[in-house]
Design a binder for this molecule. Sequence first.
Ligand code: SAM
Length: 455
Amino acid sequence: MVLTADIYLNTQQNTIFGISGKFMRLGGRIQAAAEVLGDILERKTPATMALRDWGKKHRFAGSKDRSAIGNYVHDALRSKSSIGFRMASETPRALALGAAVFRGGHTVDDLIKEFAEDQHAPSKLSAEEQKRLKGSIQIDSAPDWIKADVPEWLWPMFETNFDEMAVAEGQALTARPPLDLRVNTIKSKRDKVLSSLKAKGLKKTEISPIGLRVEALEGDARLPNVQIEPEYQTGAIEIQDEGSQIVSLLVDAKPGEKVLDYCAGGGGKSLALAADMENKGQVFGFDIDKRRLSPLYQRAQRAGASVIEVRQPPSESLKDLVGKMDRVLVDAPCTGVGTWRRKPDAKWRLSEDALERRNNEQRSVLKSAKGFVKPDGGLLFYVTCSMLAEENEAQVYAFLEENENFTLLSAGEVWEEKFGVNAPKPWSADGCTLTLTPAATNTDGFFFAVMERTK
Ligand SMILES: C[S@@+](CC[C@H](N)C(=O)[O-])C[C@H]1O[C@@H](n2cnc3c(N)ncnc32)[C@H](O)[C@@H]1O
């Protein structure tokens, strides 16, 4: 006899499913979120792995259940310190309950009713929990780092950088991120993709002229899976945050030029550079880590980006490029503060030691990359997805101090030329470098600087 999914589900005594059989109920989802949060916070498992492990152990949870549980887990991590403050507790249970009510839009009465009817729900709410979930502790009385959901040790750096906007910048990093697509202009046009994927709820991005966006969704809703669409499979679109598109466009690589993407990773920016160069010239993609580079071969093929040439480590493979590149992009390893909306567990794992390690890598990567820039007018670009001055301006100024043959240029002119005068404006500490942030540009956080090699 073949069991249908429904019969099978209902015969499993120890599954976490509610009595309706098809989907987990709210209580089961919150309980699952608390279990996953325990794995992440108590056993230090990365969020993606903890969610995957939970899914493997509960094979019959459907994609809607997994997505809803993922939303509670990520929302709880994005707002961990503010939810913890309002709940007077940072236990996985308190965080999961807080995420469901403060961020998920459920009411305390919903929870009481659902928990009573669902054997897989957490134990019933205590009187104290009910009071807290109803707002007995106001966030206004919390210190700024808690309001901003930024780790306490990092707050002084964050505050120095963003001054009276620091809380707003931190809070913008707790929002759910949108899904951004880059239209690959080697294969298609933005209007064409927009009309063929109309049903997916896409709209044009505000700054990038080649971007499309599905806004972050509320509650348990799921973003569309664009990877199954023909436009994705034929290379007409790539998934790329608008901020990443913007910094690639600011490199302003021209058709026919030679460009080295020195920290290419999976090649997101190499692909964007190739398209901006109309697939004419040469883009060399290099990375110290061979495994990270490996998807680039297939991605370049799918995108029709024939100008991309992957160069494997060690760096001796780049010997023939020394002093010959019109542009060298250093998309440096960093703490990833600018991507906290997408990877909120990284926010609480970050340590002073890790920041110091990234700073050392940044110095070393700039030192190794500079020699590839051609003398007399070649350009060196320094990019991070961090919003900390220690990884951004400080690295650029230290580099300039040690390398008198490089001068800092203003990125503002290219910005206006590429995106017009009316686009939302990034931060700039010095009128030359740029910092994109969720609050200022509604993108992931990115830093961008351009330096010219004079001799
Ligand atoms: C921010 S990621 C790059 C992301 C990539 N550019 C993209 O758009 O998808 C930084 C990369 O720098 C690489 N990296 C770290 N140290 C390096 C070094 N000394 N030389 C070259 N690459 C390095 C890492 O392996 C990592 O892939």
